[in-house]
Design a protein around this ligand. Sequence first.
Ligand SMILES: Nc1ncnc2c1ncn2[C@@H]1O[C@H](COP(=O)(O)OP(=O)(O)OP(=O)(O)O)[C@@H](O)[C@H]1O
Ligand SMILES: [Mg+2]
Length: 235
Amino acid sequence: MSLLEVTHLESGYGRIPVLHGIDLAVEEGEMVAVIGPNGAGKSTLMRSIFGLLPRWHGEVQFLGRRVHDYEPSLLPTWGLSYVPQGINVFTALTVAENLEMACHLLKVPGPKIREICQRFPILERRRGQLAGTLSGGERQMLAIASALMLGPKLLMLDEPTTGLAPIVAAEVIQHILDINREGTAILWVVEENPASVLQHCSRVYLLESGQIRRTDSGIGLLNDPHFAELFLGVA
Ligand SMILES: Nc1ncnc2c1ncn2[C@@H]1O[C@H](COP(=O)(O)OP(=O)(O)OP(=O)(O)O)[C@@H](O)[C@H]1O
Ligand SMILES: [Mg+2]
């Protein structure tokens, strides 16, 4: 049994289907990526895995338990954390309040904040600042820090580097690689900087029009000239 196992998942909005029978798995400690063009259904897949969208057909199992039988708010306590695309912090609260809120919601003891801030020293320096005024990179680090509170077994990230300056994106990527190296599995929607991320992924799912078109290792994809031309702009 895989850590996360998605079988024949179908989902959508209202009566409009988006996902058409997705099969996907993440093993303990693995780094897995989902890539695909805009509108392919990557974020819809993340929301559906986390139980935020109704499941029309198929199943999502985490640690052998059917995610859809439980409230999404329970999932972090099992070790499944999710950092959504876009607004993923409480913008009207300070950095410190955001971290305290995560502690409170997840019933984590306060000292965990200090441990998390040692990993992200910038958050310590921005403690009193409103999260809505953080730079893009700082906001992503706050969102990831909040998601790390319960020491997840699997961290789901939806485009954590999109829109960041290259040097900041590299810093965020390095944090995520470190988190993975320490044993947390990562399911990562990758949009920008694909080459620097995919080389570390044991498996990559290429999603198009709500279907998995291809599954390969990151290195396998990067060495495929057709893929490189399509996704990396290398002629
Ligand atoms: N809240 C919503 N209500 C209705 N349709 C939606 C909603 N969110 C997304 N969709 C539609 O679902 C499809 C997949 O969108 P999704 O956001 O999952 O794509 P994506 O692969 O994450 O794209 P991007 O790379 O731009 O983030 C699109 O056709 C989109 O218009
Ligand atoms: Mg998206």
